[in-house]
Design a protein around this ligand. Sequence first.
Ligand code: FE
Ligand code: FE
Ligand code: ZN
Length: 285
Amino acid sequence: MTYLGAHLSSGKGFYKMGQTALAIGANTFAFFCRNPRGSKAKAVDPEDLARLRRLLEEHAFGPLVAHAPYIMNPCSKDEGIRRLAAEMMAGDLQLMEHLPGNYYNFHPGSHVGQGPETGCRMVAEMLNAVLRPEQQTVVLLETMAGKGSELGGSFEELRQILDQVDLQDRVGVCLDTCHISDAGYDVAGHLEAVLEEFDRVIGLGRLKACHINDSLNGVGSRKDRHARIGEGTLGLEGILQVIRHPSLKGLPFILETPTDDAGHGEEIALLRRALGECQREEWKK
Ligand code: FE
Ligand code: FE
Ligand code: ZN
């Protein structure tokens, strides 16, 4: 069974979020550990997290892919903002210890005039300050669309960051189909070549998760505007070939398309039908 899911809200608690995942036919999902627009973390409720852990086990979920807050910028010019980024990540990773064995994904950030080299160094510095050898979460750098001075719009930049990280087995990459297409990698038209390049520059062994989003814009547009599956320039087939690719087998595939939980449920059903898989309610029959 392919690990398919969507970004869900943790606002009503973690166990509730697991129930929502079940209701929409997901067997993985993404979430923010805290309010996505604020830096304030909510108090950790170990019992709530333990209930989610049991639910995930019972229902054979694949790895989850938590998402760092959008406001985090680990390569800001401002030292205070960089420190805040490190604090947020450290706090989130502490929460993630209650959900061991999953992923935590973040945007490398925008270097705003400092240059990609300095930016990459700063991101690696944050990771080296925050990552602990005993932590049970692998932190993922997300491939970005490369708008403005955003880092991660090329595989080379992600490689540059990874190369400077001390704890190599605690870092990986999350590939976002909308982002890489917008960044200039023709994921829908030339998937084989794009994955070959990923392998050459970063190494496919580093790829731990995928965000499956269609894109409103064309290859190389550098826009980062997600579309629902089949309603963008990648198309249903473009997304399906990613999910079906043998090199990506077993990865969690997460929808971040502009719709609600019910809409994501429809997309998951659509993808499972196309993959020839039954829906969640039929699994146990
Ligand atoms: Fe993201
Ligand atoms: Fe994404
Ligand atoms: Zn995006």
